[in-house]
Design a protein around this ligand. Sequence first.
Ligand code: FE2
Length: 162
Amino acid sequence: MARLEFKGKNYTDPSEIKSIMSEYGIPFESWGVRGTSGQEDDKILGVYKPEIDKLMRERAYQTVDLVALKKETPNLDVIAAKFDKEHHHVDDEVRFTVEGEGVFEINYTEKDRLKFTAEPGDLIVIPAMRRHLFYLTDKKNIRCIRLFKTKEGWEAIYEKVS
Ligand SMILES: [Fe+2]
């Protein structure tokens, strides 16, 4: 279940989180946990196929895959360092968390910073061009479904575009 820290308050109710995030144009959905922990990628994609297909139709995504980061991942620190500095992408960043957890800080340098902790069952879409950063928690473990329009669109861009 997701957690949100916003303007000094903590939220855990998915409907409250959805409402706050939607004010900032950030889709959040609770798809729920369906016993996919430790399963093969194809099995997981099959279990969540209805939600994935709907999102692909609604937002014109073209591809889907799974990504995993954990303590044993080679060069984990190097990979993590790409995303723990404020950046944006020219494509949406779409993440459905299957296992583990990670933190997205959106509008990081703005007064209305949203600190969102993604946990299993949570879908978040960070819209294209929206400034954010991402880091793992002390558990150093996350496994996510990702959706893309183009993989090139998902390169991190650190310079702010005015
Ligand atoms: Fe990102």
